[in-house]
Design a protein around this ligand. Structure first.
Ligand code: CDP
Ligand code: MG
Length: 808
């Protein structure tokens, strides 16, 4: 294990520069530049490049904030690997002469003494040897770098770090190269990090540095570092199984073990075996579990960047809190009133919660302070408190605000989801408030139900959260639960693949020709039952044949569609039923969050405004009405759109996003050559029946029948569910409906529902609903394909929820 210590001078400076004009921007760049050179990653640079020269897989562990995500890809820009056969001399192929920073990693430097960083390689020569110091891992190198004073980084100093210009210089050598892909589990991380790195390199976002997330591609042919979601890389593997456009793939935040990351692991293992020496794989993780990864990837080597962590005092509440949201607000106010300088980071579970916490906090501050209204910047005591949210759906400009230092005399209170745990590092934080909760996916394979529920964090998560307080000095963490409660938390969070609906993943594996999904080389195999469920679901949707092979018609097309298979099926059915345009609009709308704005103080007003759009047939049609209303406005008139949205209590951001998704899906479906599907999109006008039938054709695993007590029973599983309070169908419960997703709070709610006719089910999903099963609807377990999954009952009803969530 390579250990790279951070030097004592790695103290961060707080900046108070405002980016008002070019000069200020240049000044800011200079400061940023000085800052990045102090990052622990910089001290490790040469050594990392050398390790990568020698090993095709590097597992890089480094504390959050040590510069892994932002710096490592930049170090690699001009490094060329896999030229061993050619020479180990100093003439590296493709090396831009102008780029000294890159020279450090060229083959010529392998043997040069590591003066600057004082590398001591204990058993570095014994590559392939088993070392037991770090678990059972093979090929773990135990190397330590001592006495780096941060000046090690400065030795590479000067302004020659890879800049747009020098990168441009290396374009000529692209033949052997390609871009660097860096995957992130979260869209926000991909976007904010790309933006930051573009700023560091002085290039325009989308030029040398870009990002790509589903439905948004901010890259160009000159992009050399591409931050992207792990789900998107997986999609790219579908059309480019060897990932040939990348010479380096970095799987970042590997410790998060998202389902896409885990599938990528298996694929990349294969890619590596098949690609030449020039391909490099880097697994980056913020937790010390390198051994797991090193064991999994043949010939991998591990390295540790050790950052500086200051002590953090952890405090618990003496007794359990009834309402962690209230407790978090109280704690924030208390820290603000009592504690010294430093920003506050509050961990909450999601957008809604953050929005209400923001409102409550501002209200409370206004009350405490007396005069000010809730919208002005609140202040309490002598300093002002700047309340800033950060979560995935926040527009990028607002996301970037949390990274700006608080203005003089102010303190930031950042209300974050678990994205601030490891994916992003916010400077200035000295106080952490941990509500002890997180929104997590859970999948019940037996019932075939996936849910997104608020659950307690794991101990590892709690520690990671607390650690965020000690990056720049001694900090304090306030855990809003008791010490006894902490001691009974799960030690770690199980990988997502073991607790989610695998429909879309299994479909993609099948489409890549990986037929034996049960035998796939998963690092942690998902439960057999979950795989079987997804096979059943895909069979029921017509994506797999009875032998479990991808069907060339429906299956192939579904695998290409960038939406969940159930919604993909809706789209395919809709094109046949003459309501393609409407179906795409509905899928686009359900893919965006929080379309409706529902301020508590104006409940009467928004309810009245909503009435205009309400369709008595259900939520999907209501959303369609909103979309149609929006499209009627002149596209070029921002003003008209803004006014319309605010008058109707509709979130304009969600609408813009829906419009964007709509346009992309229309293009995708209509494009004549693959991966486009060459489908014509007709409209069904005002007749809702075709659309409801198309929805049934894809959402039938979520068909439910009204029960005498007013609840619903999911036909496929027999499970009792309740209509979500937000549904327009609540006042007029139809006998039969299909819904998008289940939400589990105190009870299980079906969200986004639409009325259907029960008799459509056997017609549209014959594989599942024999006519008699409808009659016996109250009974569990219906219409199974015995050959496909003899061991299980019921069709897979994995609530993939909003059409696109999870497939990215
Ligand atoms: O990936 P890792 O957690 O090791 O660190 P990083 O994300 O590369 O962050 C390195 C440094 O850049 C941290 O000090 C962050 O505060 C800073 N950073 C920033 O100021 N603004 C961003 N948008 C991203 C990172
Ligand atoms: Mg990172």
């Amino acid at each position: 294990m390579l250990v790279i210590e951070d030097g004592p001078s790695a103290k961060k400076h707080r900046r108070s520069t405002k980016v008002d004009d070019d000069a200020a921007a240049a000044e800011r760049r200079k400061l940023i530049d000085a800052e990045r050179r102090q990052l622990p990653a910089w001290a490790a640079r040469d050594k990392l490049l050398q390790l990568l020269q020698e090993h095709r897989t590097l597992v890089l562990v480094g504390e959050t904030g040590s510069g892994k995500t932002t710096q490592i890809p930049q170090f690699l820009l001009s490094a060329r690997f896999g030229s061993r056969s050619r020479s180990r001399s100093s003439t590296a192929p493709g090396k831009p002469t102008s780029d000294k920073a890159g020279a450090a990693g060229t083959p010529g430097d392998i043997k040069s003494p590591q003066k600057a960083t004082g590398v001591v390689e204990r058993d570095g020569a014994s590559r392939g040897a088993v070392t037991q110091n770090d678990g059972p891992a093979q090929n773990v190198h135990h190397v330590s770098i001592n006495g780096s004073d941060g000046g090690g980084a400065a030795n590479h100093g000067g302004p020659q770090q890879p800049t747009g210009k020098s990168v441009g210089g290396s374009d000529g050598s692209r033949a052997g190269g390609g871009a660097i892909a860096v995957t992130q589990p979260r869209r926000v991380a991909a976007m904010t990090v790309a933006r930051r790195v573009a700023e560091e390199m002085g290039t325009k976002l989308g030029d040398k540095v870009g990002y790509a997330i589903r439905f948004e591609d901010v890259t160009s042919h000159s992009t050399r570092i591409k931050y992207m979601t792990d789900g998107l890389l997986l999609r790219e593997a579908l059309v480019d199984p060897l990932l040939s456009r990348y010479r380096i793939v970095i799987i970042d935040e590997a410790h998060e073990r998202t389902v896409h990351t885990d599938v990528l692991f298996g694929l990349l293992k294969g890619v590596q075996a098949r690609r030449g020496e020039d391909f490099r794989l880097i697994i980056m993780s913020a937790t010390l579990d390198a051994a797991r990864f090193v064991d999994y990837f043949p010939g991998a080597v591990a390295a540790l960047i050790r950052g500086r962590q200051f002590p953090v005092r952890v405090m618990y509440t003496p007794k359990p809190e009834d309402n962690y949201l209230d407790a978090a607000i109280n704690a924030t106010l208390q820290v603000h009133a009592d504690e010294g300088e430093g920003d506050i980071l509050v961990f909450l579970t999601g957008q809604d919660e953050i929005d209400s916490a923001e409102r409550l906090l501002k209200d409370r501050l206004a009350t405490l302070q007396g005069s000010r209204g809730p919208t002005s910047s609140p202040s309490f005591g002598s300093r002002e408190l700047l309340v800033l949210p950060i979560y995935a759906a926040l527009p990028p400009e607002q996301q970037m605000k949390v990274f700006e230092p608080a203005p003089e005399g102010q303190r930031k209170a950042i209300l974050a989801t678990n994205i601030a745990e490891t994916s992003i590092t916010i400077p200035g934080v000295r106080y952490v408030i941990d509500t002890g909760h997180v929104k997590a996916r859970d999948y019940n394979a037996k019932l075939g139900l996936e849910s997104l529920a608020v659950v307690p964090v794991s101990q590892a998560q709690a520690r990671q959260r607390s650690g965020r307080a000690g990056r720049e000095g001694p900090g304090k963490a306030f855990r809003l639960y008791t010490e006894a409660d902490f001691s009974v938390l799960e030690p770690t969070t199980p990988p997502e693949i073991t607790r989610c609906n695998l429909g879309s993943v299994v479909l993609q594996l099948k489409a890549m020709g990986i037929n034996d999904v049960l035998g796939f080389d998963f690092m942690d195999p998902p439960p057999r039952a979950a795989i079987l469920r997804s096979l059943e679901l895909l069979y029921a949707l017509g994506a797999l044949d009875a032998a479990g092979c991808l069907t060339e018609g429906v299956g192939r097309r579904l695998s290409r569609l960038p939406v969940d298979p159930m919604f993909g099926r809706v789209l395919l059915a809709a094109t046949e039923m003459g309501c393609g345009q409407e179906a795409v609009a509905v899928v686009a709308m359900v893919s965006t969050e929080n379309v409706f704005h529902t301020p508590r103080q104006k409940e009467r007003e928004w309810r009245a405004a909503r009435l205009k759009f309400v369709s008595r047939e259900g939520d999907h049609l209501t959303l369609l009405n909103v979309f149609r209303g929006f499209l009627e406005l002149p596209k070029e008139s921002n003003k008209a759109r803004t006014t319309w949205c605010s008058e109707n209590f509709i979130n304009i951001r969600a609408m813009r996003k829906a419009e964007d998704i709509y346009e992309q899906l229309v293009r995708f479906l209509g494009h004549p050559s693959p991966p486009g599907l060459g489908l014509q999109l007709a409209t069904c006008g005002e007749d809702s029946t075709p659309l409801r039938r198309a929805l049934t054709a894809g959402l039938f695993p979520h068909a439910a029948k009204l029960q005498p007590d007013g609840s619903y029973r999911v036909l496929a599983t027999g499970r009792q569910v309740f209509l979500h309070p937000s549904s327009v169908l609540l006042d007029r419960k139809p006998a039969c409906l299909v819904f998008n997703e289940l939400m589990h709070t105190t009870r299980t709610y079906a969200r986004d529902a639409v009325e259907i006719e029960a008799r459509w089910l056997p017609e549209l999903a014959p594989a599942v609903f024999a006519a008699k099963t409808i009659a016996a609807a109250a009974g569990p377990g219906v219409g199974i394909n015995e050959r496909l999954a003899p061991a299980t009952t019921g069709v897979a009803a994995g609530a993939r929820g909003r059409a696109l969530r999870g497939a990215e």
